[in-house]
Design a protein around this ligand. Structure first.
Ligand code: WAQ
Ligand code: MG
Length: 633
């Protein structure tokens, strides 16, 4: 870079009033053509023909090189929209009293320079109020490198100016509206947000415009700030290329979709239950009975389980710090997997971070393009997602219709591999898979049998070991279970033969690419499994509670059936289901309305889950309320 640079400044006026001005910092060889380009610009300015043009050429002093502010564009359709955006940006930059600041633009028109305002008191700080403060001696490094005075480029010149201004001591923001009646674009610049172009900030034809610099700092420093703005030579490096403004339609599309969900009565949000997981919670400061938890055996808050989690956190850390195949496997992971295998009578087990991942991970590992999956129409979303992700051809059979399953399997003989998959307990209906026939059909057609026992584990079978125990039959090839429901912790698992488990460890992407569950959750599940083994009465208590509840509903004329701890009460219409659910909450019962897309449209329902910790009195009063409200609505 040439050491000697010249500042070339142009100023045009008419009848003594400022018309236009511009400047460049250029090497000596570029001075003549720069001067002539600026004069040409003065004579063709849209604000009018000048009667005097001043050109000043002087050696620039010491040059301060500053990186450009980042720049972005906001597309606005009207002046009002643009000013609202400017207000929002200024507020984000810590400037309040924005409307009072905008009102001052009525006074800036005749000024050559900018208003310098105290950002908080709005006092004028510049000594010459009719002239204002002029930021000068600055240019874009690129135009110096090229040695040219490129034609007027509102944008690049404004970025250069704003970069210098925001580097002046105490300046926290700048707002600019062009005084060119044909140029409606302006900007707000702050230190954090950079240069924010706003495509429309005034009406076309409006000659009013100006600049306001906002200062926050000691009064003694103001003179230094003005000296910096008016005298210091600055070259700005890397002015960003001006992007085509892109209107932000993507958010509008999402907002419309969300609006449609709400309009259909299907909006959802999370409510905060302010209590440990269990049969009672606090909701909005009120105590409610929870009849919708998956913590079937009341183990999530059991002292033995929470102590195991706390001890594991101290012994092994809160998180595992890695995936299972890198650094995430610790003694608790190994112990839990052996414990699950022993409890279920399987050769081996493999733990996943969630039950969802266990389903997706098993299905996508075992089936791919060229394979066939035969899946119950009411299977859980995680099974459906696993089927879709696998790339296999998917055949849906009618809910629990083993004849249909047989036909579908028979039609898939030509595929490389077949996998039949079903929920053990169907999560929205509470009924059981016909496991013996399911396994027999899979055998006949050499298909993998896979059953998700998320809602069966700890619930179904005399000691909670699931469907095989209930039906006194063998296990499917692949059993998926969860640590998050009856075991009161979090995570999922697959158990089966050593072959299958070894295969999943090598092929299951959610297993391979997820961070291993933390030792506290793993140790909690292990402790809960100990309790489940030692206290099978919990499973019996749960079954008795379900019987009490079903009988109470029947006595009140509400028909419901269940072979698990999930009791659906059919309502049908989505809004009616929501109304009943809300009325139940008002009476202190937390029972959600299950709607589309979880269940088919028009089959909305109340979904009650019974816990071993519910008292028969509570279950009877819940049945009372359900019966009364179904009649009322
Ligand atoms: N220092 C201080 N204030 C100035 C300076 C300066 N060097 N130059 C102009 N002003 C004040 C003065 O009051 C003008 O009337 C007012 O600002 C507007 O100046 O597309 O063209 O040169 O990204 O008309 C912004 C958008 C264009 C650019 C701004 O301002 C884009 C523009 P103008
Ligand atoms: Mg102008």
């Amino acid at each position: 870079m040439n050491d000697r640079l010249y500042s070339v400044k142009m100023r045009a006026s008419c009848g003594g009033a400022h018309v236009s001005g511009a400047e460049k910092i250029v090497p000596p060889a570029a001075v003549p053509r720069t001067a002539s380009a600026l004069v040409e610009r003065a004579l063709t300015h849209s604000k009018g023909e000048p009667d005097a043009v001043n050109v000043k050429i002087e050696l620039a002093g010491d040059i301060l090189r500053l990186p450009s502010l980042p720049a972005r564009t906001f597309t606005t359709a009207t002046a009002a929209e643009g000013l609202a955006k400017a207000a929002e940006l200024l507020a984000a930059g810590g400037v309040t009293r924005v409307s009072e600041i905008f009102a001052l633009f009525r006074e800036t028109y005749a000024m050559r320079g900018a208003m310098l305002l105290d950002a908080d008191t709005l006092e004028r700080l510049e000594p010459d109020r009719s002239r204002g403060v002029r930021a000068t001696y600055m240019d874009d490094a690129d135009s110096i490198a090229k040695g040219t005075a490129s034609g007027k480029n509102h944008y690049a010149e404004a970025v250069v100016l704003a970069t210098k201004v925001l580097n002046a001591p105490g300046i926290i923001a700048e707002i600019c509206v062009s005084d060119d009646p044909d140029y409606v674009t302006g900007y707000v610049a702050t230190r954090e947000l950079g240069y924010c172009r706003i495509t429309t900030v005034k009406e076309k034809g409006d000659p009013n415009g100006g600049r306001i610099f906002l200062y926050r700092g000691p009064r003694e420093q103001v003179a230094e700030t003005i000296r910096f703005l008016e005298k210091r030579s600055v070259v700005v490096i890397g002015v960003p290329v001006l992007d085509e403004p892109v209107p932000e339609r993507r958010f509008a599309g999402v907002a419309a979709e969300l609006g449609a969900i709400a309009a259909a009565g299907l909006a959802r949000s999370c409510r905060v239950l302010d209590a440990p997981t269990g049969p009672v919670a606090r909701l909005g400061g009120r105590e409610v009975a929870v009849l919708s938890s998956n913590d079937y055996l009341d183990l999530a808050r059991d002292e033995r389980v929470t102590s195991a989690a706390a001890a594991a956190a101290r012994a092994w850390g809160a998180g595992s710090g890695g995936s299972r195949l890198t650094t995430g496997t610790q003694p608790p992971h190994d112990a839990l997997e052996r414990h699950i295998a022993a409890f279920t009578g399987s050769e081996a087990a493999i733990a996943f971070a969630t039950g969802y991942m266990a389903n997706v991970g098993a299905i996508t590992a075992l089936a791919r393009k060229g394979d066939a999956i035969v899946s119950d129409e009411l299977n859980h979303a995680s099974i459906i997602d696993g089927c879709r992700l696998s790339g296999a051809d998917v055949f849906i059979y009618r809910h629990n219709d083993m004849d249909d399953l047989g036909r579908k399997l028979a039609s898939c003989r030509e595929y490389r591999r077949r996998l039949a998959v079903a929920d053990g307990v169907f999560s929205m209906d509470g009924d059981l898979l016909d496991l013996p026939r399911f396994i027999a059909l899979c055998r006949r057609y050499d298909a993998f049998s896979m059953v998700d026992e998320a809602h069966a584990f700890g619930v179904v079978g005399p000691t909670g070991r699931g469907l095989a125990e209930h039906f006194c039959c063998e296990r499917p090839d692949i059993t998926v279970g969860t640590l998050s429901k009856a075991l009161g912790s979090e995570g999922g698992f697959v158990c089966g033969s050593r072959l299958i488990v070894d295969f999943l460890r090598n092929r299951s992407r959610p297993f391979i690419f997820s961070t291993a569950p933390g030792a506290p959750a793993v140790a909690a599940a292990d402790a809960a499994l100990d309790i489940l083994g030692a206290e099978p009465w919990r499973v019996g208590r749960l079954r008795e509670n379900v019987a009490v509840f079903l009988k109470a509903l029947a006595l009140r004329g509400v028909s419901a059936a269940s072979q698990s701890a999930i009791v659906p009460v059919m309502v049908g219409d989505e809004r009616r289901a929501v109304a009943v659910s809300e009325a139940l909450l008002a009476r202190g019962f937390l029972i959600p309305a299950i709607r589309h897309p979880t269940v088919p449209r028009g089959s909305a329902r109340l979904r009650i889950t019974v816990m071993s910790a519910h008292t028969p009195e509570l279950l009877r009063s819940a049945a009372d309320a359900i019966g009364a409200l179904l009649r009322e609505f």
